[in-house]
Design a protein around this ligand. Structure first.
Ligand code: GDP
Ligand code: MG
Length: 174
């Protein structure tokens, strides 16, 4: 019976990509500590971990954040290697970060990821509705065109952050 069966634990490497300032480190902090800090939390080259429990399995997420290398476009292949999931993050209040996300996508999707890598487009700073420059519709259609999943989040309020992590967990298991 299910009670006596030992829970399986799977390691999931998830990388955060996107322009500087879109909220990657803030999302990482939300995923792992359910906190938000005003001062830019640069997690750095290592990763944070967070366990996600599904019915049959526990996923141990290793959430990789950059230490600012994205500014210089110098994120190394080591960062991507073996990633099961990648979040491509933009800021809904800054159109250039959405354009930038599309450039990253073109470069990355063929080079670094296998067909089984779960790619997720994330429009962060959803709380900045009054400054919105990218509609949810645009995000969704880019995702549809390129076969990505899509969610708008707010690392500030926490809106949709947990749902996003759960969504990734389910897709990784498929
Ligand atoms: P990174 O460079 O992509 O890691 O971005 P950071 O996590 O350092 O965030 C950059 C700035 O945006 C910081 O001042 C954060 O406080 C702010 N920020 C991050 N997420 C949000 C959000 O969801 N809403 C708002 N309003 N600000 C955010
Ligand atoms: Mg950062």
């Amino acid at each position: 019976d299910t009670l006596s069966r030992p829970m399986r634990t799977l390691r999931v490497k998830m990388v955060l990509l996107g322009a500087s300032g879109v909220g990657k480190s803030s999302l990482a902090l939300r995923f792992c500590k359910d906190e938000f800090r005003r001062t830019s939390p640069t997690v750095g080259c290592a990763y944070l971990t967070q366990a996600v429990h599904l019915r049959e399995v526990t996923l141990r997420f290793e959430i990789w954040d950059t230490a600012g290398e994205e500014k210089y476009h110098s994120v190394t292949p080591l960062y991507y290697r073996g990633a099961h999931a990648a979040l491509l993050v933009y800021d809904i209040s800054k159109r250039d970060t959405f354009i930038r996300a599309q450039v990253w996508l073109r470069e990355l999707e063929k080079q670094y990821f296998s067909g089984s890598t779960v790619l997720w487009l994330v429009g962060n700073k959803g709380d900045l509705e009054q400054h919105r420059q990218v509609s949810a519709q645009e995000g969704q259609s880019l995702a549809n065109d390129r076969g990505l999943f899509f969610t708008e989040t707010s690392a500030l309020s926490g809106d949709q952050v947990e749902q996003l992590l759960l969504g990734v967990a389910h897709r990784v298991c498929e």
